[in-house]
Design a protein around this ligand. Structure first.
Ligand code: HEC
Length: 144
C-alpha cells in the first residue's frame, strides 16, 4: 500500500512526459484530487464568510475537508512522499495529517457557531497552519 502512490506518481510522470497531451482528466493523481477537494471546501467556507453561500453548505464543506485531511497520511506516506515532492520533508509528511485534521476540525466548529467573524478568523488560521504546513503560499481558486 505504501508503495502504490509512488508507483502512481512515476507512472503519471511518464505519461505527462511521453504521451501526447490530450485527455489530462485521466491523469489526475489521488493526491492532486484530494487537494482539489480541499481547495473547494476552503473556497466554500470563504463564500460563506462573504455571505454568498449558506451555513449548511459550509458545514458540508468542512465535513469534507476533515475527511480528506484524514486521508493525507495514506496519500503522502512519510517513507516515500519526501522523495516525490521536493519541498516535503519526512517530518512534514509525518506531522501534516494531524495538523490538517486539527485545523479542519477547528474550522468545522467555527462554522457551527454561525458567527461570520469567527469563521473568517479561523479560515485564515486553517489556511496558514493547515494548508500552510505544506504550502508556503495559500492556494486560491483560479478565476473562472
Ligand atoms: C501533506 C502536506 C499538504 C497539506 C497539508 C496540503 N497540501 Fe496541497 N499539495 C501538497 C502536495 C505535495 C501537492 C502536489 C500534489 C501533486 O502534484 O500531486 C499539493 C497540491 C495542491 C494543489 C494543486 C492540486 C493539483 O490539481 O495539482 C492545491 C490546489 C492544493 N494543494 C491545495 C491545498 C489546500 C487548499 C490545502 C489546505 C486545505 C492543502 N493543499 C494542504 C501537499 C499538501
Amino acid at each position: 500500500m505504501a508503495i502504490r502512490p509512488a508507483f502512481f506518481m512515476a507512472a503519471s510522470l511518464l505519461l505527462t512526459t511521453c504521451a501526447p497531451r490530450q485527455d489530462t482528466s485521466t491523469q489526475v493523481t489521488p493526491q492532486a484530487e484530494s487537494m482539489q477537494h480541499m481547495l473547494v471546501a476552503i473556497e466554500t467556507v470563504r463564500n460563506y464568510v462573504r455571505n454568498t453561500t449558506t451555513q449548511r453548505e459550509a458545514e458540508a464543506a468542512t465535513a469534507d475537508l476533515a475527511t480528506w485531511a484524514g486521508k493525507l497520511g495514506e496519500l503522502f506516506p512519510p517513507a516515500t512522499a519526501p522523495k516525490l515532492y521536493v519541498d516535503m520533508t519526512t517530518d512534514m509528511a509525518r506531522e501534516a495529517p494531524g495538523v490538517m485534521i486539527a485545523s479542519a476540525t477547528a474550522l468545522r466548529s467555527a462554522v457551527a457557531t454561525g458567527r461570520l467573524p469567527i469563521v473568517a478568523m479561523q479560515l485564515e488560521r486553517t489556511e496558514k497552519d493547515g494548508c500552510g504546513f505544506c504550502h508556503r503560499r495559500p492556494y486560491r481558486m483560479p478565476p473562472p
